[in-house]
Write a protein that binds this ligand. Structure first.
Ligand SMILES: *Cc1c(COP(=O)(O)O)cnc(C)c1O
Length: 365
């Protein structure tokens, strides 16, 4: 069986250090705030090439707080790519702003920069750059567009811990970046968790205050905030896993290489198109094919698990019926019917990857 995700197998490879880290938190009762959280924040900021990191409750909260802290004019428009997880758009609305969807490129599945430019109006205040599947969004183009129209750039890096563009880790490339530590992400907690990174001390300070009841000290509340904190147990889990993350990303890249090498000759299969100035974190390896359902069924029959990210483009979700962007079409709507995510992760050996590639080759033969 080639599993899509196997967190038990991962735990088995780090069991002694993970058990020690968890015991340490319980023995010190450092459940909320404290040394574990501060340590992880320092190390994760360094890992992402950013100056500041603020741990929060989850990746969706990280996005909401990141948008709030930018202090955009009320009811601004924020451009969000059509192919993403709903949180990228949800956070915009939850923060009192309006989502404007732009298309995703059918080959890279990242934001379609020309359509992004067309989606900008006088009310636009920011662009949501999603590093989807672990591949950095085209940041040079996004930043140029932002500069031209005086927009802020939020990086949704929930799927892209450790990814790089032009030799720099993503997250601190735009104004503010957000991460999710949902268990299945490349760096996953044993529960919910998230983080905000930025190089702006003011944004970092205010993000931390929003996430902790608007306070600087215990009962010193300067404004109304909320409660969204990374807890000590999750911080210790993440600190332990962070030491292995680069090796795990290399493993993902090795599997991707097997897929690229063995599957490039299959005309009916669209492989991920990767820019040459990036380090892809390969959270997901997404291929496209008109025979999506048949391929998934065949792979399931030979014990290979697959996924779909995402089965419906965001503008086509019932949740966005109210937007009435129905007068236009999105390439992402058609692409969604063709996407299939092959298994990839640190739980897989090269032999597993070869077995998947050979099964796919057999399917198309
Ligand atoms: C997972 C994910 C999020 C949300 O993170 P949670 O921790 O689950 O709230 C946001 N954006 C993208 C692109 C994601 O994949």
């Amino acid at each position: 069986m080639v599993k899509f995700l196997d967190l038990v197998k991962q735990y088995d490879t780090i069991r002694p250090e993970m058990d020690a880290a968890i015991a340490r938190v319980i023995e010190n009762s450092s459940f909320i705030g404290g040394k574990e959280v501060a340590n992880f924040e320092t190390h994760f900021a360094r890992y992402q090439d950013a100056e500041f990191c603020v741990g929060v409750g989850n990746g969706t909260d990280a996005l909401e707080i990141a948008i709030e802290v930018l202090d955009l004019p009320a009811n601004s428009e924020i451009v969000v790519p059509a192919n993403s997880f709903i949180a990228s758009a949800e956070a915009v609305t939850r923060s009192g702003h309006s989502v404007v969807f732009c298309d995703s490129d059918p080959h890279t599945h990242l934001i379609d920069i020309e359509d992004c430019a067309r989606s900008i109006s006088p009310k636009t205040a920011a662009i949501m750059a999603v590093h989807l599947y672990g591949q950095p969004a085209p940041m040079r183009d996004i930043l140029a567009l932002a500069q031209k129209h005086d927009l802020r750039v939020i990086e949704d890096a929930a799927q892209a811990h450790g990814a790089e563009i032009d030799g720099k880790r993503i997250g601190g490339v735009g104004d503010i970046g957000t991460f999710s530590f949902y268990p299945g992400k490349n760096l996953g907690a044993y529960g919910d968790g998230g983080a905000i990174v930025t190089n702006d001390a003011g944004l970092a300070k205010r993000s931390r205050m929003i996430a902790n009841h608007g306070r600087v000290d215990k009962y010193d509340h300067e404004f109304e905030g909320r409660n969204s904190r990374l807890d000590g147990l999750q911080a210790a889990v993440l600190e332990t896993k962070l030491r292995h993350l680069d090796a795990w990303i290399e493993r993902r890249n090795a599997i991707a290489k097997v897929y690229h090498t063995k599957l490039s000759g299959i005309e009916a299969l669209g492989l991920p198109v990767v820019a040459d100035n990036v380090r892809h974190a390969y959270h997901l390896f997404v291929v496209s094919t008109k025979q999506r359902d048949e391929l998934r069924k065949f792979l399931a029959s030979v014990d290979i698990q697959t996924g779909i990210h995402y089965p419906v483009a965001l503008p086509d979700l019932k949740a966005y019926d109210y937007l009435r962007q129905k007068t236009r079409t999105f390439a992402a709507s058609d692409t969604a019917d063709t996407l299939v995510s092959l298994p990839i992760g640190d739980h897989m050996t090269d032999a597993d990857a070869n077995r998947v590639a050979d099964a796919i080759t057999e399917f198309y033969a």
